[in-house]
Design a protein around this ligand. Sequence first.
Ligand code: ADP
Length: 481
Amino acid sequence: MSFIHSIKFKITLWYLAILGILLVMLGCGIYFTLSQIIYRNLDASLKARAKHLLEFKDIISILEEGTFEEEAGEYVAFFFYQDNKLRDVSSKGQRIPVNKYLIEQGLSGKSSFSTMETHRGEKLRMYIRQYIPENNCFKQSNRRPGRPYRPESQAKCIEIKSSALVVARPTKDMDETLQRLLQILIVAIPLTVILSGGGGVFLARRAFKPVEHITDTAKEIGESDLARRINVTTKDELGRLALILNQMIERLEKAFERQKQFTSDASHELRAPLAIIQAESTLALQKERNLETYKRSLEIIAQETDHMSSIINQLLTLARADSGKDHIIFEKIDLTEFLKDICLDVEILCQEKRIALKSDLLDNVWVKADKKSIRRLVLNLLDNAMKYTSAYGTIKVNLKTEKNMAVLSVIDTGIGIPLKDIPFIFERFYRVDKARSRDIVGSGLGLAICKHIADIHSGFIAVESQLDKGSKFYFTLPLAV
Ligand code: ADP
């Protein structure tokens, strides 16, 4: 898989996009906050300077005389109307480009800040505020350059109602600082994104290495070898994923093995009756035989066909159970009455075999169960009891309750089951030593079906048995509430 189509690439791309946006936002934030702080400080210092200047007595006269000591780079000027003409008095006669509207505002008492550009292209930040001289008079200077000196007492008083003080400072240094910051940000942001991108790709590659290993191994396992396992032993999410996949593969392997075993057992079980049918029919057809022999052959063929059909039915039941497609309908049933009916049906068969069937059923035992399945389970147990009990034996069907469970038992006085076989008799196709039951037809599937029925009813099935004495199969089922 190419890198462009990998999750690594998508994650890196998202990471870079988010990082880029965050860095640009951060850069803009830094730049605008800093420029605001710088300008706010400048405005505050201009305001303080204006206040300080207005503390000077006759500040306009001082300015006009040219003796005013301005601070480095500072511009100071007063604007006022004299003889209906707007005049300005500035430090060292420097002319400041001020917007007339702002001057008018200043004259009318409205203070303001503004940024202007001089004809030399220098940017100035200025503060404009109103100044009303003492007695509305500004004493015209006696020491104006090119004018004859006049004593102080003769200084001419020019009447002005209001003046506008303009204090300005160049913003060059600050603008340069901000410009430099901007340049640094313009270089640093893409550089950080590129370096982080490299780091991101490296980290993503490292983080996804186990995923690649899992994918490769899973591919190999899927193609050939179910015995293989994924070798990721980290304790993180990928380690857990590998563990869960390994457990899943193990279950698959076991299910696959079971399936193989099941198929081979099923074909083995079906091969025997088929071989008998084949042999019997071939033998019968070889030459003319008497009626008795034909009848005997047909009986054998019918018996084996019956056996095959029973095996096939049981196989179908188990296949449906495995695929979870049993048609189960849970309903409330009176187990006592239900068992009485079954016992009535089975009684005739027992009589034929000269076996006594007894029952001891507690009244009114209600359970929630699937009728068809429970009937099948009880019939299987009774059928086994009849098969493995000889004439004059006894079969007992008991029903009682224990705590919140119904306990049904089928007890026989038959051949019993050897202790070593008991753990396996509920497995599919398991039959206790076939020699002892050579004449007894069976497939080894009946108890496996019973176990499945117990499981789907959240019940429990077990056996207690003694060789040559008999067996007791019991089955528990939750009582209906
Ligand atoms: P089968 O069709 O062979 O009876 P089951 O699954 O019903 O298959 O039973 C498995 C094996 O358990 C039988 O082959 C038999 O040997 C033993 N078994 C089951 N029920 C009894 C019983 N009541 N008495 C003695 N042996 C039994």
